[in-house]
Design a protein around this ligand. Sequence first.
Ligand code: AHR
Length: 495
Amino acid sequence: TAQTNRLIVNADQGSVIINKHIYGHFAEHLGRNIYGGIWVGPDSKIPNEEGYRLDVMKAIQKLEIPNLRWPGGCFADEYHWTDGIGNPKDRPTMINTHWGGVVEDNSFGTHEFMNFAKKIGAEPYITGNVGSGSVDEMSKWIEYINFDGVSPMSNLRKRNGQDEPWNIKYWGVGNENWGCGGNMTAEYYANEYRRYATYARDYGANKLYKIAGGANSNDYNWTEVLMKNIPLNMMDGLSVHYYTMTGSWTDKKSATVFDRETYLETLRKAAGIEELIERHGAIMDQYDPEKRIGMIVDEWGTWYQVEPGTNPGFLYQQNTMRDAHVAAISLNIFNKHADRVHMANLAQTVNVLQAIILTNDTDMILTPTYHVFDLYKPHKDATLLSHHLVTEEVSYGKEKLEALNVSTSKSPDGTVNISIANIHPDKKIDLDVVLRGISAKSVTAEYVTAPSIDSYNTFEKKEVVKKAAFKDFKLDKDNLKIAVPANSVLMVRVK
Ligand code: AHR
């Protein structure tokens, strides 16, 4: 007998808010992310507004991203912010040793980043330099950005054309300090954190939200040591990074050429982030049972081989329907753990890793991942709803995965949001949805789908994978039947 796929949504229960910052992004000085992607400079032939590439800026504006992390990544612990202020012609250059050894001309610095964040309506999230910087350097950067009175740094900011302080909130104290951020032990970093955080001052009414550099995926000892050795009132967030890699560091496998088995294996690995959240979370719970300190997943996404013929240090990869599923599964998991996960940042925004946008000299494409973020907008700041899902499975080799992956929330206006990924490559799934506690009157839906799991957009064919209206559902009293297409991600909204 055919399996009944069933979803029960407890639409009248729920207390945890899904922090909109879970839908955050990350733009490092890496490859063509900032230079060529976001910033082309005011003298460029590429249409721009004050140097910001217009097509990219508009696409990001449309996504209403809540925050943008900058300037790295590994780059952050080698970046000296004073190189990136003042007249661009006088700014020194440096070598971007992590990413292709290219020359960084510092034409995109603090002011350029802040203006961009303002234009796209995102909160800035800056990562300071612990690995090769100093307490003094980081402390002065914060004074430069946030101090409203008369001081050497605020005067310098004013001389550089910005009278008002920016009053930013999110501040990272280093990045991957177990690796590229200084190869520190957890104990050593915890002490360094205390020193740096002491001088990361609050100015006026502005209170910094300080984020400690967290563990490399499943390094639970790192989390334990930091939670134990850092006074809890000195930290607001603790980060963790998790990349979905189908191959290994030495053989990362193609972004576009893969079989069914590799596809499902990639999704199984993506779902592995849940174990990390639960286990790091369990450690955090012991020290912070109220869950005040946010788990900040400030780097996540797929990491494949670079596109053939491109600079290996630029991390430029294509993005298929498989990536759309990785995004959907990851975001569903973050929502589910919204009591602890207070922010997450996809790596990275333009032309790098699981990008939402790819560009060439003159043109831009939106990736399948972009469309999933677009689809998932209603979850931002909505109340998480619990649900019970019975789903059939899809098997490969000796493994099995649940075919449907779901998240449910309720918007402030009472609309119930149901995001559903059907990862089955070729089977449509009939889903019965029971909405407990509301009487449903109307349903609207949109979806992202494609002819196959490896479909992707190119500069020649930009809409192979796109978002479209979805109609294959039927509402009968409180029962909703949805015919969830194979290989698709849906957002169903019930009023
Ligand atoms: O996102 C690319 C790199 O991955 C980041 O710079 C670093 O933090 C991580 O290892």
